[in-house]
Design a protein around this ligand. Structure first.
Ligand code: HEC
Length: 445
């Protein structure tokens, strides 16, 4: 049987304050803005086989009851002109409310399905506790279903400073920005204590919870694992585990060109999985600072992909390989937006034109990197049986000049397993890698 192209449908129900997205008639996710939430969210989110990856809303009896503001997948921030949008929920005491902020859904601009994907365009306003609109948000979601069962959500959010605000400040803050709260089974089994409901329905702190059936493990694009991911940067982080005995993965992918790229990960073992590109100081212990702001007339755009799989992709040398690699790397190389990929390429090419001369240390580390990071796909002697991955056959799909090769290695090839390496190497190492790769082609020597 050949895999059928899945059919995505989208159904806007403004009276119920939600937009439902289905794949072949089965629920994928719902964009919702109920009065009980201080921001719109995607909830729940399901894999192709129907496994829900998001914590219950409200949390189920067997789940942690903490952080009531963690619901589904959302985007906001802990400090916008001094107002806390992240922690706001109906659990906040009335006297604290004035310090908080809410993202208020305004309008569904477009909800349209086409074959294997659907587009949802929405408008929202970021309103401070004293009733002022600080930011106007325009977000486009693209919900995709692949025949191999992969589910994807691309989120492109543009934030513009509202008229008359001047500059809106989003200083470094731990709480941000793209957040996801996952089900109990995807928590880290090392997290044993927390607030749970007891038999009588009371929320109590428990010191030593039973962690059977809990198996979540983070892995970042930089090879960091579990608790070590928190406070580090990377193009992507995936969270894999077994839910009812079946492999499940949810990954968040950052995109080149995003503010603060590559993002810091605010990824916690208790089930909060967040990409925080703006909280650099808080997440790096003061090593980096950003203190981001958005001035009137100069909007900022944030692009992310969320990938949901009924699988746990294979790792070789700290890298994702196989079919899932394509899905993960697709975005580490670029986003779904072709224009963005081209812009990134141009930028990379301009940088490469002034290519640096590698130091001896950089040449040595590039030799080592070829073995550990490239040979998995390109083979140790560069003579891969797969044509487009072969460096020895004299055919160069993306150009054989130093400049072109450095660009390919820096930016990757969008839509293929060839990922962007610019965050992993110095410009000198990239130049040394380009030279190494050229060396496999006898004609170029
Ligand atoms: C996960 C697999 C994977 C890894 C790891 C990988 N590549 Fe690639 N690479 C590919 C694929 C697939 C292509 C072909 C892309 C296409 O279809 O155009 C490619 C293409 C290339 C090309 C362009 C070749 C041409 O014909 O123009 C270069 C150069 C390259 N890779 C260098 C590297 C270097 C250097 C590394 C290590 C730092 C690396 N790659 C790591 C999968 C990988």
């Amino acid at each position: 049987m050949t895999a059928q192209t899945p059919k995505v449908a989208i159904n806007s129900k403004p009276a119920e304050k939600k937009v439902e997205v289905t794949v072949d008639g089965k629920p994928f996710t719902t964009y919702m803005w109920p009065d009980s939430l201080e921001k719109p969210v995607l909830y729940p989110i399901n894999t192709a086989s129907g496994t829900t990856i998001t914590r219950g809303f409200p949390p189920l009896a067997n789940e942690r009851q903490d952080h009531p503001h963690h619901v589904g997948l959302w985007f906001n921030y802990g400090d916008v002109n001094g107002f806390d949008f992240w922690n706001n929920s109906d659990a906040i005491k009335p006297e604290q409310k004035a310090k908080m902020g809410s993202v208020e859904h305004r309008e569904v601009v477009k909800a349209e399905a086409k074959g294997d994907h659907a587009t949802l365009q929405v408008k929202a306003d970021w309103v401070s506790g004293d009733g002022k609109t600080l930011l106007n948000e325009a977000t486009t979601f693209t919900f995709r279903a692949a025949a191999n069962g992969a589910r994807m959500i691309d989120r492109v959010t543009t934030l513009a400073a509202a008229k008359g605000t001047g500059t809106v400040k989003l200083p470094d803050n731990k709480e941000g920005a793209l957040g996801l709260r996952v089900i109990r089974a995807l928590e880290d089994p090392a997290e044993k204590s927390g607030e749970f409901k007891d038999a009588a329905g009371r929320v109590t702190k428990m010191a030593n919870m039973d962690t059977s059936g809990v198996s979540g493990q983070y892995l970042s694009s930089e090879g960091k694992v579990a608790g070590a991911v928190w406070g580090t940067r990377g193009n992507w982080t995936k969270l894999s585990g077994k839910v009812n005995g079946k492999d499940v993965t949810v990954a968040i992918l950052d995109a080149p060109g995003n503010p603060g790229y590559p993002t810091y990960w605010h990824a916690r073992g208790y089930g909060l999985f967040a990409a925080n590109p703006l909280g650099q100081s808080a997440l790096s212990g003061g090593k980096d600072t950003l203190n981001f702001s958005i001035s009137e007339g100069t909007p900022a755009t944030f692009r992310y992909r969320i990938l949901v799989l009924d699988a746990n992709p294979t790792m070789v040398n700290g890298r994702v390989v196989g079919a899932a690699a394509v899905a993960l790397v697709m975005v580490t190389g670029a986003t779904s937006s072709v224009a963005l990929a081209q812009a990134a390429k141009k930028k990379g090419a301009a940088k490469a034109a002034a290519g640096p001369t590698p130091t001896a240390a950089e040449v040595a580390s590039a030799e080592e990197a070829y073995k550990t990071k490239c040979a998995v796909c390109h083979t140790p002697d560069g003579n891969s049986p797969i044509e487009q991955m072969n460096f020895a056959d004299g055919v160069w799909k993306h150009g054989s000049s130093m400049k072109e090769l450095m660009n390919t290695i820096s930016e990757g090839v969008p839509g293929t397993a060839m990922m962007s390496f610019k965050t992993q190497f110095t410009p000198g190492e990239i130049a040394a890698l380009a030279k190494k790769v050229r060396g496999f082609d006898k004609k170029l020597k």
